[in-house]
Design a protein around this ligand. Structure first.
Ligand SMILES: [Zn+2]
Length: 406
C-alpha cells in the first residue's frame, strides 16, 4: 500500500512512539524478531497497512503515541483447555507435597463439567479468555475433553467456538470412568459418533498419547483417533511425550500433525524425526512448574533446527495459568531459551503451530493484533517475571479525537 493510499484511508491509525517494534519479519528489522528501533505501524481495516521506522511513516487518519514502549505481535496461545467446571487446587496442593501427576485427576473435572449448565461453562470460559487477553494473548486455541460423551463434547466445542475459531476435539483426553477397562469400546465411540457430532464444530483433533498414564492412550489407539480425525477433515495435534519418551512424537511427524505438544521426554530419534519437519513442537512449561516436573530441553530442539512454540496449556489440573509472560519467563529461566527465542515462540511459533500466516507477525497484511509492553524491550517479559507489563493495543473508534496519548 502506498503512502497516498494509507493517508486517504479514513479508518487508518498511525501507531508511533514504539521504542522497540518486534515484527517477527527479518526483512523488516534486526534478527529473528525483525526488530525496528523507534518504529511505527499503520493499521487500517484491522490489518497492518504499513510498518517501518517512525521517521518514514506516512500520515493516517488518527495517531497513537506509545511513548517509547515496546510493541510485539499479540501472543498466540496454541494450547489450552478452557471449557470446564470445578476446581483442583487440592490436587495441586497434594502434588506440591510429593504426589506425582499421572492425569488421573481429569476425571474429577469431567464430572463437574458434565453437571454444569451451558451458562456456567460459558461464564467461566469468557472469564478465562478475558484474563488471557488482558495479558496480551490475542489468539487462543481451545480444546474439548472434559465432557467425554457425544453430547458433552459437542457442547464444549460449540461453546469454545463462541470465542475462537481454533477449536480442537479432544474426546481422546482420557478414558472416562464409565468405560474403565473398555478402552476399545470408548475408542469406537470417539472415532465414530462422537467425531461425527464434533467435527462440524472443530478445526483440529488431538489425543493424549501417553502409554505411561493408565488413563490416556497408547500409540495404536492414538493412531486410530488421529487417522479418523484426518479422514473427517480435521487438522492433527498430539499431546506427546509428556510423561515418558512414548510414541507420540513419531506418530505426530508420520501423520503430518501441525504440532506435537509437551515433548518433555524425547529420544534422539524423536529429535531427529522433528528436525526439518513440518511439525512444530509446542512447549508448555507451566505444566512442569505446576506438576514439579523436569522441564523440556528447549535448547536441544532449537539447536537441532526444530520450530518451537510456547503455550499455556491453561487447564484446571496440571497447569492453571493463563499467562504467556509467565511461560516466557520459565522458558528463559529454566529451559535455555533466549528472551528473543521465547518471544518468537509465543508469537510466531504459536502461529506456526496453528498453521496461520495472518497472525504472529506484524508484516503488511497481518492481522493488527498489537501487544504493548509497559517496558522498552521484549527482554522485560522474562527480566520482570510476574509483572503485568503486556496488554493488547485497543485502537480508538473512528469517532475518537485525532491524536491520543496513552
Ligand atoms: Zn493439554
Amino acid at each position: 500500500m502506498s503512502q497516498d493510499q494509507v493517508s486517504r484511508d479514513r479508518g487508518s491509525t498511525l501507531v508511533s512512539g514504539i521504542g522497540e517494534l518486534v515484527t517477527n519479519d527479518p526483512s523488516l528489522g534486526a534478527g529473528v524478531l525483525g526488530v525496528v528501533p523507534d518504529g511505527a505501524v499503520v493499521v487500517a481495516d484491522g490489518r497492518v497497512a504499513w510498518v517501518g521506522a517512525a521517521s518514514a511513516a506516512p500520515d493516517a487518519d488518527r495517531r497513537i503515541d506509545l511513548g517509547g514502549r515496546a510493541v510485539l505481535p499479540g501472543f498466540v496461545d496454541s494450547h489450552s483447555h478452557l471449557v470446564f467446571a470445578g476446581d483442583r487446587a487440592g490436587e495441586f496442593e497434594a502434588r506440591m507435597s510429593g504426589t506425582p501427576y499421572d492425569g488421573g485427576g481429569i476425571a474429577s473435572t469431567v464430572q463437574a463439567t458434565r453437571e454444569a449448565s451451558d451458562d456456567d461453562l460459558r461464564a467461566r470460559l469468557r472469564t478465562l479468555v478475558a484474563e488471557m487477553r488482558a495479558q496480551g494473548t490475542t489468539t487462543v486455541e481451545i480444546k474439548s475433553g472434559y465432557g467425554l460423551t457425544v453430547e458433552q463434547e459437542a457442547r464444549a466445542l460449540r461453546l469454545a467456538g463462541e470465542v475462537t475459531v481454533e477449536t480442537t476435539f479432544l474426546g481422546a483426553h482420557v478414558v472416562p470412568p464409565e468405560y474403565a477397562g473398555r478402552t476399545e469400546d470408548y475408542l469406537a465411540l470417539v472415532t465414530g459418533p462422537m467425531l461425527a457430532a464434533c467435527a462440524p464444530y472443530a478445526r483440529w483433533i488431538d489425543v493424549f498419547c501417553e502409554p505411561a498414564s493408565p488413563h490416556a492412550f497408547d500409540g495404536a489407539a492414538s493412531r486410530a483417533v488421529l487417522e479418523a480425525g484426518r479422514d473427517a477433515g480435521l487438522g492433527l495435534r498430539v499431546h506427546a511425550n509428556q510423561l515418558s519418551a512414548g510414541p507420540g512424537v513419531q506418530l505426530a511427524v508420520e501423520l503430518g500433525a501441525a504440532s506435537a505438544d509437551h515433548c518433555t521426554h524425547l529420544s534422539p530419534a524423536d529429535v531427529d524425526a522433528l528436525t526439518g519437519g513440518a511439525t512444530v513442537v509446542t512447549l508448555l512449561p507451566g505444566v512442569e512448574f505446576s506438576t514439579r516436573s523436569p522441564y523440556p530441553d528447549a535448547r536441544r530442539l532449537l539447536d537441532a533446527g526444530v520450530t518451537v512454540a510456547l503455550a499455556s496449556d491453561c487447564n484446571p489440573g496440571s497447569c492453571f495459568t493463563s499467562s504467556i509472560p509467565f511461560c516466557i519467563a520459565l522458558a528463559v529461566r529454566e529451559m535455555g531459551m533466549t528472551p528473543a527465542e521465547a518471544a518468537w515462540a509465543a508469537t510466531a511459533g504459536g502461529a506456526a503451530a496453528l498453521r496461520r500466516t495472518d497472525i504472529g507477525h506484524l508484516g503488511v497484511g497481518a492481522r493488527a493484533d498489537l501487544l504493548v509492553l509497559d517496558a522498552p524491550s521484549h527482554r522485560h517479559l522474562a527480566y520482570r517475571p510476574g509483572i503485568p507489563l503486556a496488554r493488547p493495543l485497543v485502537l480508538p473508534p473512528a469517532s475518537a479525537p485525532r491524536r491520543i496519548g496513552t
